[in-house]
Design a protein around this ligand. Structure first.
Ligand SMILES: [Zn+2]
Length: 211
């Protein structure tokens, strides 16, 4: 507890984890201790055989769930291409599956995102949109902020005529605890530029996304 704390700034950094001989990330003792405490608090014995390796596994899993903190999503949009064949219509990547975790319960948020933009003169490799999504999803989130962050990142960096992001997800903190509601998805959307201002563009993108 009294050791100088390792500080991880929110963005623009990369984890510099120690790797063991088996190629696995070394999980610090204090992290494993915290997970043992949580297991005990949940009602189980962290020293029983089946749980012995769990603290290290959980630590590594969370490093991966939250790998977005080590990513700068905007950096994925730096390499752009001149449009091919004078294409001036919208670009849409539909139903991208993703997983995030809610910042209130650290419970999984599971769902799909549709991301569209109306290019000016530059386009980006389509896989980069997935990387932007994951860069923000692999953090502790609320769905509304995730939706806005993805849209704003594309808007600020690609400078297109418009951006539309729609996310539909179920929240583990609702299905597994509390009200225990199953099968209901939450939908959030962020529309910027022409998709916000122009009704026919908005109708077109929403219907192509299936809404
Ligand atoms: Zn929650």
């Amino acid at each position: 507890m009294n050791k100088p704390e390792k500080v991880f700034p929110i963005a623009h950094i990369h984890y510099d984890d120690e790797i063991d001989n088996n190629g696995k990330v070394v999980v610090p003792d204090e992290v494993q201790d915290a997970i043992r405490t949580l297991i005990r608090w949940s009602g189980d014995d962290p020293n029983r055989e089946g749980l012995l390796d769990t603290p290290a596994r959980v630590g590594r899993a969370w490093r991966e769930y939250c790998s977005g903190y080590a990513d700068d999503p905007a950096a994925h949009l730096l390499r752009t291409f001149q449009e091919v064949g004078g294409y001036h219509e919208l670009v849409l990547l539909k139903d991208i599956p993703f997983q995030s975790h809610c910042e209130h319960h650290m419970a999984p948020i599971t769902g799909k995102a549709s991301i569209a933009y109306m290019p000016t003169d530059r386009v980006v490799g389509i896989s980069k949109l997935v990387r932007v999504l994951n860069g923000f999803a692999q953090r502790l989130q609320v769905q509304e902020r995730l939706t806005a962050e993805v849209a704003n990142c594309i808007w600020d960096n690609l400078k297109p005529h418009g951006v539309a992001v729609v996310i539909e997800a179920t929240h583990g903190c609702m299905t597994g605890r509390g009200v225990k509601v199953h099968g209901s998805g939450m939908v959030t959307s962020k529309l910027i530029g022409c998709f916000l201002d122009d009704q026919s563009s908005r109708k077109e993108v929403m219907s192509l996304m299936g809404y």
